[in-house]
Design a protein around this ligand. Structure first.
Ligand SMILES: [Zn+2]
Length: 468
């Protein structure tokens, strides 16, 4: 047996760290599967899907034109009925004529990875879901179906994932119980803390118990000090030791503080609550487990800082939001030789700006190797937006996913070379803030999962018809 083969045989974890410096790490994740699975080189971005597709992109478009996609995130709430638990349509693997979730989604893997499937991450809720008006129960998570919110029994959710996926590189994110108060910071009382700990502990146990589910990620409870989660974290250590835990998820960096906790905290607990996310508090046994941040990132600054905080995977929702706004990313990770500009450069250009772009026949970004930049120009996309032609968002999505994918590739290169911290510092001073991406724009149609429906007085989607 060669040394490599011995090391390989000793590595039970599907995640292997290749290099690390100052808490940032680079590695490879390959979920166990019966079919060939494309490994994820971390740090990497997991792209959210909506009802089986990456918004604006058809499966062949993804396959041919977005080679950088490394993994997909699927919210099971997209596939659940308001009343019945049975899988809608034909996604029932094992049933005659039934399909697996992977076959149903039909996102073809990029042509850069022939013969390999992309890893799929599933969770009860979508990435950055709309907060549910109904609280979770002891046994049920509240989800949003196409016809309204409903509770879903956690055992039913697990059985659903088991039935519709099997050994095909699907990673299951265990359900999480956390306070979700729309528009407000959560205030967690003592009883709520006890319930949260109990539910997350039960649900993680139920998830990791399913031997047919190859990879399970359990949540670190958001909003709670490490010290208070000790008993729960000890359970996670046991699952990891038994080879039943592939990773950890953390939902929201912002909700990590408990503003007014009636529970008396020890000095150590106070400190760990106030100091936020510190992986150093984790027991050694969990140090090398994969970490997936589910936070709603505003833009590339937050994405890079999340990686700097020690996460291996981040969500890609900020890319999809930028595309919906009609913006095209223009950033790259500067090298240590790059001169800092006198004024921070914009993170993106706004293609709705007809005055600037209607005669501009340059590509979105000079030298960009994406399909949109190699074949089309700014004036064309500005025209497509003006006439609300859907292909505008298709081209922007291809470009933005390419730029974000390139950023992550540069990050991996920088970690390997040991100059990530220096290049991140240069990025911080070279570009405008993430908030600059948050521009008002007449985007594509607003969909039900994007806004919370209340007593709205104005139409969400203005009528496209008007008198001439
Ligand atoms: Zn491009």
């Amino acid at each position: 047996m060669t040394v490599e083969a011995q090391t390989e045989a000793m590595t039970v974890s599907p995640f292997r760290i290749l290099s690390r410096a100052h808490g940032v790490r680079a590695g490879v994740f390959r979920p166990p599967a019966a079919c060939p699975i494309r490994p994820i080189h971390t740090p990497e971005m997991i792209v959210p899907t909506s009802r089986g597709t990456i918004p604006h992109l058809t499966p062949d478009n993804v396959s041919r034109n977005v080679p950088s996609i490394a993994g997909l995130h699927v919210g099971i709430e997209d596939y659940m009925d308001k009343t019945a638990m049975a899988a809608p349509l034909a996604i029932e693997a094992g049933r005659p004529g039934g399909h697996s979730l992977r076959e149903y989604i039909s996102v073809l893997p990029p042509q850069a990875a022939p013969g390999e499937q992309l890893p799929i991450f599933v969770s009860p809720r979508r990435a950055n879901p709309i907060p549910s008006p109904q609280p979770n129960g002891d046994k049920a998570v509240s989800i949003q179906t196409s016809a309204g919110f409903r509770p879903v029994d956690v055992d039913d959710y697990l059985a659903f994932v088991e039935r519709t996926t099997r050994d095909d590189g699907v990673v299951m994110l265990s359900p999480v119980d956390m306070p979700m108060v729309p528009g407000r910071k959560p205030r967690i009382g003592g009883n709520r803390i006890k319930k949260m700990l109990l539910r997350n502990s039960r649900w993680s146990a139920a998830s990791t118990d399913r031997s047919a589910l190859a990879s399970v990620f359990a949540p670190i409870i958001p909003g709670l000090a490490w010290a208070m989660q000790k008993t729960y974290v000890d359970e996670l250590v046991a699952y990891a030791a038994a080879g039943r835990l592939a990773g950890l998820t953390l939902w929201d960096l912002e909700s990590r503080h408990i503003p007014e906790s009636p529970i008396k905290l020890s000095a150590e607990e106070e400190e760990s609550t106030a100091s936020g996310v510190h992986w150093d508090h984790l027991p050694e046994a969990l140090a090398d487990v994969l970490r997936f941040s589910m936070s709603d990132l505003e833009g590339p600054h937050q994405a890079l800082n999340t990686i700097a905080a020690g996460f291996d995977l981040i969500g890609g929702d900020f890319v999809l939001k930028t595309t919906d706004r009609g913006l095209a990313f223009t950033f790259t990770l500067p090298t240590t030789e790059t001169a800092v500009p006198a004024e921070p450069a914009p993170l993106a250009i706004n293609l709705w700006d007809r005055e600037l772009f209607q005669y501009d026949t340059k590509p979105l970004v000079e030298g960009c190797q994406c399909f949109a930049c190699k074949n089309h120009h700014r004036a064309y996309i500005t025209h497509l937006l003006a006439v609300k032609e859907m292909v505008a968002w298709t081209l922007l999505q291809i470009h933005n996913l390419h730029v974000a994918g390139q950023l992550l590739a540069d990050v991996r290169e920088a970690i390997a070379a040991g100059d990530f911290a220096a290049r991140l510092a240069l990025f911080e001073v070279s570009y405008a803030t993430d908030a600059s991406l948050n521009v008002e724009s007449p985007g594509p149609r607003v969909r039900g999962y994007q806004v919370r429906l209340g007593r709205a007085t104005e139409r969400l989607n203005p009528s496209p018809f008007h008198s001439l």
